[in-house]
Design a binder for this molecule. Structure first.
Ligand SMILES: Nc1nc2c(ncn2[C@@H]2O[C@H](COP(=O)(O)OP(=O)(O)OP(=O)(O)O)[C@@H](O)[C@H]2O)c(=O)[nH]1
Ligand SMILES: [Mg+2]
Length: 441
């Protein structure tokens, strides 16, 4: 692990053992430099092959860029680059001697906020890119809110394009000031702000002497020091929920009997565990836990397994096997926080399909109760949500749901709403009210 220079903004140490894989998502407003920063990071840590570099250089020349435009590394040579913006999430893999990274380069444009939410939903950490010459914008705040609501607890902020403002310390200080208030009220545990130039590579992988007033970590150092594995950890026991296995498949065994396949979350599952089948409520016991490699003594969080049960209970795809002593609540009316992505506003009476773990059920909006202002984080009463609003709603579902509050379990506490006519995802939802601390004044 690289040493933290004196005076560096502290990165909170996780009580969990630090795993060597960090998943992070680059977020922030359109054109602030996310793709360029990721391209720079991959370039300067020697992750790019000669032919990739050659393709990026050719594309840059064709577009008339001065030098090599590293945003082409993740934006690729796709048509979207014709418009100069990222539309879809691009995933890249990188490895340094310290650790491995899965990187999601998210689009910044408001129109593609739903894609950003997809990229952030599996991230341990958000790398928030802010054009320091322009300051923090509403879309950046929206991204930070969405990432936090999706369970991201660590931020690294790149105060980017410092080269354009002659490395003005005041502009950097303003980004720090703006970023301190927002994350603290969103439950973000650590936030490091690094002054960088993604274009020229200052303070990305290599330390720059352009900002002698800054003695904190580079982007790479901050990424290497951040506690990893939080994504698995958020599903894990330390966030308070016990074992849950949403059933993906019911498998018929050759010798008779059935087993139930899915991914373990919340806590480990072992043979002998008492479980309850939800929403039905029948109790039984796990007799075996298996993977393709054979039987297990214990299946940990994140593992895809199949389990056998002691009794011939009725279990179908979409049911949840949960620890009998600490099951999720079963209800057909839920209070939830939603990020609304459809052009048509969301209001009472609207009907959608809700996908919750492996189950899809019709859902109706009983009431829209509030809208979150991403600037001051206040929740104000409203009757509808507009495109890209974050708000609170009460939903009723056709069949009962076994759901945990999102803060307890990132899997059984989340859902998406699907428009039944277009089949498009119109909302990302989290069970329970938003985890926002009210303003002190
Ligand atoms: N001067 C300067 N320009 C930069 C810097 N970083 C990025 N840019 C330029 O800013 C523009 C946008 O960069 P991108 O990396 O495509 O921005 P983005 O955040 O990925 O944009 P979207 O994905 O569309 O949201 C490009 O022209 C970059 O060359 C920087 O550090 N300094
Ligand atoms: Mg981009």
């Amino acid at each position: 692990m690289a040493a933290v220079p004196d005076g560096a903004a502290a990165v909170t140490q996780s009580p969990e053992p630090v795993m060597d894989l960090l998943r992070f998502a680059a977020v922030g407003s359109v054109d602030d430099g996310k793709s360029t920063l990721i391209g720079r990071l991959l370039h300067d840590t020697k992750q790019l092959f000669d032919d990739q570099l050659e393709a990026v250089a050719t594309a840059s020349r064709r577009r008339g860029a001065v030098g090599v435009d590293l945003s082409f590394v993740t934006d690729g040579l796709r048509a979207e680059r014709e418009q100069g913006i990222t539309i879809d999430v691009a995933y890249r893999y990188a490895a340094t001697p310290q650790r491995k990274f899965v990187i999601a380069d998210c689009p910044g444009h408001v129109q593609y906020t739903r894609n950003m939410a997809t990229g952030a939903s599996t991230a341990d950490l958000a790398l928030v890119v802010v054009d320091a010459s322009k300051g923090l914008r509403e879309q950046t705040r929206r991204h930070v809110c969405i990432a936090a609501l999706l369970g991201v607890r660590q931020l690294i902020v790149a105060a980017n394009k410092m080269d354009r403002i002659a490395w003005d310390k005041d502009a950097y200080d303003q980004v720090v000031k703006d970023m301190i208030v927002l994350p603290a009220r969103l439950g973000i545990e650590s936030c490091t702000v690094v002054p960088v130039s993604a274009l020229y590579g200052d303070n990305v992988a290599d330390r720059s002497d352009a900002a002698p007033w800054y003695d904190g970590p580079t982007i790479l150092q901050a990424l290497e020091q951040a506690p990893a594995g939080a994504w698995a950890g958020v599903h894990g026991a330390h966030h308070g929920s016990a074992a849950r296995l949403p059933v993906q498949w019911v498998l018929r065994q050759p010798g008779g009997g059935r087993s139930y396949a899915g991914m373990v979350n919340g806590g480990p599952i072992r043979p002998g565990d008492e479980v309850v089948v939800l929403p039905g409520g029948q109790r039984t016991r796990v007799t075996a836990v298996e993977t393709l490699d054979g039987p297990l003594e214990e299946a940990s969080v994140g593992l895809s397994v199949s389990v056998r049960l002691a009794d011939d209970v009725d279990v179908s795809r979409g049911d949840i096997l949960a620890a009998a002593d600490d099951p999720p609540e079963v209800a057909s009316e839920i209070e939830a926080t939603v990020c609304w992505f459809d052009q048509r506003p969301l209001s009472a009476g609207d009907q959608y399909r809700m996908k919750h773990t492996t189950r899809i059920t019709p859902a109706r909006v009983l009431k829209v109760t509030g809208r979150l202002d991403v600037n001051d984080l206040e929740l104000s009463p409203t009757e509808s949500l507009n495109e890209n609003d974050i708000g609170t709603v009460i939903l009723t579902t056709a069949s009962p749901l076994a759901a945990d509050p999102y803060q307890r379990n990132r899997i059984t506490g989340s859902f998406v709403l699907i428009d039944p006519t277009t089949n498009g995802t119109v909302a990302a939802g989290m069970v329970g009210p938003p985890d926002v601390t009210p303003s002190p004044d």
